[in-house]
Design a protein around this ligand. Sequence first.
Ligand SMILES: Cc1cc2nc3c(=O)[nH]c(=O)nc-3n(C[C@H](O)[C@H](O)[C@H](O)COP(=O)(O)OP(=O)(O)OC[C@H]3O[C@@H](n4cnc5c(N)ncnc54)[C@H](O)[C@@H]3O)c2cc1C
Length: 408
Amino acid sequence: MNGPVSIEVLRQHLIDPEICIRCNTCEETCPVDAITHDDNNYVVKADVCNGCMACVPPCPTGAIDNWRTVSKADAYPVDEQFTWDVLPEQNTMAVPAADEAPGDPAADASGVEVDTVRGSVVPPWSAAKPYVNLYTHKAPTTATVVGNYRLTDASTDSDIHHIVLDFGSMPFPVLEGQSIGILPPGASADGRTHHARQYSIASPRDGERPGYNNVSLTVKRVSQQHGDAIDGVCSNYLCDLKKGDVVNVIGPFGGTFLMPNHPNSHLLMICTGTGSAPMRAMTEYRRRRRLKGATGKLMLFFGARTKEELPYFGPLTNLPKDFIDTNLAFSRTPGQAKRYVQDAMRERAVDVAQLLKDDNTHIYVCGLKGMEEGVLQALREIGEQHRMDWDALWAKLKREGRLHLETY
Ligand SMILES: Cc1cc2nc3c(=O)[nH]c(=O)nc-3n(C[C@H](O)[C@H](O)[C@H](O)COP(=O)(O)OP(=O)(O)OC[C@H]3O[C@@H](n4cnc5c(N)ncnc54)[C@H](O)[C@@H]3O)c2cc1C
């Protein structure tokens, strides 16, 4: 006689293609390489994902936090997930309720020690509460271009623009360190509409122009990749925008890369290229507040290939020395040795160490992916030279929302 048929049930981890902005954060975070992508979608391999949740807090949009209860034999394969434009509905198959499903990762979500992540997955304790996902792919908002200026010297190939977008009467509350998504018009060769690209906000919460409902972005025109000429879809669209043009915007995104608001909190900011956008936002917020008596140190390490390629070079070097301690590093100045941000940090090791020892210090790193390793290594060396246990300090900084990395 046959016994009852037992169905092995899986709570399958999926990524919502409608919300995902393809920022690669989840793929980088996943400790078991369960996440992969093609030109269309980011997807999760059901047979590899162990539901550890390491990828969930860093995701700026929440697209990562989707689950479907399926029989293990019917788990959605990655090839099928690659073709999705929307997530499938939850199948009404007779399966245990979600909270009874074996290995329900959400049940283990609280208290997970996300030690595979290099930076904080929580905001500073005194950060203001951000709004996220007010506008989505299904319901974007629009903004009007009110300014588009080239920031880098015309003599260089590096074409970086400062673009100001005005939301008119549409609410678009942002905090320094957040980003927005831009939906470029048109479609790719296979007929799919272009997905959104993410850009850090370069202006403070009260607007590029104080009291105006506008934000600024720092956008680098992508015109080559690995030496081959390619025109990046969204960066070229943005850099070519004219005053009065209207763009589709989603967001805001990001709930952790935020600045502290308590008095005497210090900002140690390390960036390259367009990674300067959030640093400009934070610096400008502090500059405006400084006039009202706010305190706390600002130390900036800013790298570019040459002085001519450094966005905001003029305004930055004009800031008062007693307001911000600015250290520039250029890696391709003719006739000079290559100097990267981590070299400049080592030169200022005594002052960096003093900040590292202070519980009010918050560290922000933003720029190209390649900088992260070198900066963390420099922080380790400086900490150890000054008799700090870097591993313990690193864990503490992460836990307390005081080490934020955003590299792309
Ligand atoms: C959290 C986050 C914040 C970001 N903030 C900014 C920002 O403030 N300013 C900004 O300019 N960009 C920023 N980006 C990058 C931005 O989202 C786009 O990836 C970039 O503008 C290229 O998009 P594209 O449509 O022009 O190129 P695509 O058509 O998407 O791609 C062209 C190819 O170029 C590669 N590529 C992407 N970026 C670069 C680059 N910088 N240099 C060389 N090759 C590249 C891509 O991998 C892709 O294969 C951010 C990304 C993330 C994830």
